[in-house]
Design a protein around this ligand. Sequence first.
Ligand code: UDP
Length: 152
Amino acid sequence: MKQRSFVMLKPDAVKRRLAGEVLGRFENRGLKILAAKLLVITPELAKEHYGEHSERPFFKDLVEYITSGPVLATVIEGEECISLIRKMVGATNPQEADLGTIRGDYAIDTGRNIIHASDSETSAAREIALFFEDSEIYDYSMPDEEMIYEEP
Ligand code: UDP
């Protein structure tokens, strides 16, 4: 089943000029970018996006980190892509992330783990709606769809 995920390159990824390289991993895998924009997240949006963590001790630092510079917010589509992208992203703590994952290859610290990706269909729908208008999300076909999927 085709799914959409909300994937965000955090301010450390943008400042370290890793955004293109990381997005390229998703493109190379065969996933499709439906929307992308660079923006500085307001504290209000940060608190809403990470609402489930509002009582956690790291919440204040997380809001400061995620609002500290531009992020690259994207919507990515593909077969069962929510879990696929989470596997490509790796563990929350980069020290525990496998080599070959994005966090395992590019990050060291949980508080600077360079990327966010939705963890379920429910959170993907919520997060996409928080960051994008429907008119900013583009549906289009890939010319090599048959090379990516046996049954496109
Ligand atoms: N985070 C943190 N310290 C922690 C746990 C999480 O700074 O002890 C931050 C980290 O940036 C993480 C984000 O909070 O990516 C959201 O945490 P979550 O458990 O949802 O991890 P994720 O889904 O991003 O792997």
